[in-house]
Write a protein that binds this ligand. Sequence first.
Ligand SMILES: [Zn+2]
Length: 390
Amino acid sequence: MAYRKFKADNLFDGYRFVEEDKVLITDEEGVIQDIVIDRDAGDDVQQFKGILTPGFINCHCHLELSHMKGLIPEGTGLIKFVLYVVQQRHFPQEEILQAIENAEDEMISDGIVAAGDICNNALTLLQKKKGRLYYHNFIEASGFNPQIADQRFQRSVDFFREYANSYSIPVESNSIVPHAPYSVADELWELIINFPGNHLLTIHNQESAGEDQWFKYKQGEFSELYEQMNIDTSFFQPSGKSSLQTYLPKFLRNQSVILVHNVHTSENDILFCQPACRQAGCKLFWCLCPLANQYISQLLPPVDLLLKHNCDLVLGTDSLASNHQLSILEEMKMILQHFSHIKMETVLKWATFNGARALQLEQLLGSFEKGKRPGIVWIDQDLQKSKRIL
Ligand SMILES: [Zn+2]
């Protein structure tokens, strides 16, 4: 068998930086064979300045919104941002498809090997069928009005079938998921979580302060959103609790959930989640999309709190509607700049092994372990660029 051999100033294996004298060995296809001491590696070792890491996992994106790059001004806050997204619907299909292809190209060349992708239509299917990236398709359902729950759910089931049937990935790589706590009626929620095979879910969580105000008191900026969207909320009863504490117990046993954004998650929320999850038998991952949070609301998630309570963190880029690029390296740099006590090794683990676990792809991706084919990504010494090398 022909081998490929790689050495770097810093070799990150998915968990930690390994000792300086270690060499990564793969076969021609990039399947990991071993990590050995350099004197045992033989000839033809390729040497890199900077970091070598397993391929990145982007746990949250919306490829279908790629044509909205640069369209929405920064700093609008979530309500205006959501209204922009739902109102901007008039683009030629050709333009949308081209933007999807360009966005996927960008993800691949920057070192992303798998993505958790939110789908509200089947427009990304054509690109995904090319099989260049692993995807978990999160078919999103929303509808705050209980009367339209069946109709909205059926629409999602139709998209689910379209993805599951025409796409050669395993059916487990598709789920139907709730968009956000404030956009899914209880009736729709029931249909979503009980959908057969829905073992991996995701939800936009506590992205704005108004979300908690709505669930606690039925007040605040969300009243404006419903009004502008002509949604009748007369049936809604506030729970008196935060959004997360209201909906988390509604997930089923054995469902894994990726909570996305978490900008306004409090320490009480985190403390609530741990026993609630143990009791409910669900597994939580906390996905940070710091550049999108900056773009939309000039805020950052409570990274220190999440770390203090040993939460499993992962990273996402969100969409090009709320980000200037789809780069996991840029998300990591944002964290490192704003939380300077956090180590590169820590964020790299979120970007690789943790992400692979969150998307349930850890048998294949996320670390340099024998038999996996995680992709090999090079990051230059100044953290200016990342590039897939195998
Ligand atoms: Zn999103």
